[in-house]
Design a protein around this ligand. Structure first.
Ligand code: TRH
Length: 383
């Protein structure tokens, strides 16, 4: 406790987050969202150690691609080079993400601090999955094989017995207040060719997806559609495929990357979403829109097991016909068998799918935010 001007002030909980970027934006994206949430909503003083600031700089405002030795401050978070953790003193809370394995010297420093009486809460935040086993593993302790310290595993998820997903305070209210004129001005600012298009399809996917099949499906449907394509190779490939087809009802609008803080609004401005990975997948669910998830491909089709586990969970919010069409279209998109017929049914059912997606977003909100679950586990570890 600190005494100041006659008041007792609780010192801020300090927190280190470790991020190892494997590929794409998801690792940096999840860590940045967690860092912002713990700082803004839980009052933690956060340091983010990252081994690829270039990737983070593309989706955050204010983080430079080259970090100086002293780190860079943005949104109240100190962003530091991974290697600088090797000589750092651990904070009260240490969050390893996706089993990224901390430097040996830092693990030893955690043990040293603990032996000296400075309790360090060490958490490992895992990948998101809808599979049943997640409930059994959420919150499990894992003693270190060599050092006298234990870390706790936290799993995001879609049920009450998991950590939930990250949902910022007031997010769904802000989404519900997003108006037609907000949509128009956002699409105009992004440089979309038709800010008043009647149907906008957001597209953020992997080059491995069946992009040619999607282009054919869009071209076979006579209804107008504007494709809002996020930057990246997959978007370019879709633009190229569409340009080879004669389909005047399709407007292809590539848009620039936006900072993560603005990403939700881009999704809110669209009527259906094709997203990928982990973080944009969650944001699509919170947007309450019909979506197709491009799941990150894994060996031996493990990703299809994960996809089905998720489809089973969310489908309960849809009427029978909408659930069936959504499942078939999602599987078709992820197994290179997307047909014009599937796409056209998916599009027909947009109102029903939107209704079910809104219900699902409220279900997720009712679980509480993953950010709060992480903060609660951290405080428990500090007691
Ligand atoms: O980029 P992703 O595919 O990321 C990953 C990685 O492949 C990772 O290795 C894998 O483990 C993980 O997925 C499952 O997709 P994701 O998770 O959706 O991350 C994208 C991030 O980029 C997300 O935080 C949103 C953000 N973003 C913006 O902030 N602005 C933008 O304009 C765009 C297009 C994305």
């Amino acid at each position: 406790m600190i005494e100041a001007a006659g008041k007792t002030i609780e010192p801020r909980v300090t927190c280190d987050i470790f991020c190892h970027v494997i590929d794409n934006f998801g690792d940096a994206g999840v860590c940045w969202r967690l860092a912002r949430g713990l700082s803004e909503e839980e009052g933690f003083q956060v340091t983010l150690y990252i081994d690829d600031a270039v990737t983070l700089s593309k989706i955050s405002s204010g983080v430079p691609p080259e970090l100086p030795a002293s780190g860079a401050s943005s949104s109240g978070i100190l962003v530091r080079r991974w290697e600088d953790s090797e000589t750092a003193v651990p904070s009260d809370v240490v969050i390893e993400t996706f089993g990224c394995r901390l430097p040996d010297s830092f693990e030893e420093a955690i043990a040293r601090e603990t032996l000296r009486g400075h309790k360090v809460a060490w958490l490992n935040l895992e990948y998101l999955s809808a599979e049943d086993w997640v409930e059994e593993c959420h919150g499990l302790p894992s003693p270190h094989p060599r050092l006298p310290v234990t870390k706790t595993f936290l799993f995001p998820g879609f049920t009450r017995r998991t950590g939930g997903v990250m949902i910022e305070h007031g997010l769904l209210d802000a989404r519900d207040r997003f108006s037609a004129s907000d949509r128009h001005s956002l699409l105009e600012t992004l440089g979309a060719k038709k800010p008043d298009a009647p149907f906008n399809l957001f597209f953020f996917s992997y080059p491995t997806a069946p992009i040619g099949q999607l282009a054919e499906a869009l071209a076979s449907d006579p209804r107008p559609v504007q494709v809002i394509a996020a930057p990246g190779r997959a978007g370019e490939m879709l633009g190229e495929a569409l340009s080879r087809l004669s389909a005047p009802q399709i407007t292809f609008s590539p848009v620039p990357a936006v900072p993560q803080e603005s990403f939700d609004r881009v999704l809110w401005a669209c009527d259906a979403l094709i997203i990928r990975g982990e973080d944009s997948f969650v944001r699509a669910q919170l947007a309450g829109k019909p979506f197709l998830w491009t799941i990150y491909p894994q060996d031996e089709d493990t990703h299809i097991v994960k996809l089905n586990a998720f489809l089973d969970r969310m489908a309960v919010e849809y009427e029978e016909d909408a659930a069936r069409v959504w499942r078939e279209t999602s599987l078709g998109w992820n197994q290179a068998s997307l047909t014009p017929g599937l796409w056209s049914r998916f599009r027909d059912l947009t109102p029903e799918l939107t209704h079910g997606s809104l219900l699902w977003s409220r279900h997720l909100a009712s679980l509480g935010s993953l950010t709060r679950a992480v903060a609660t586990a951290a405080k428990k570890g500090l007691k």
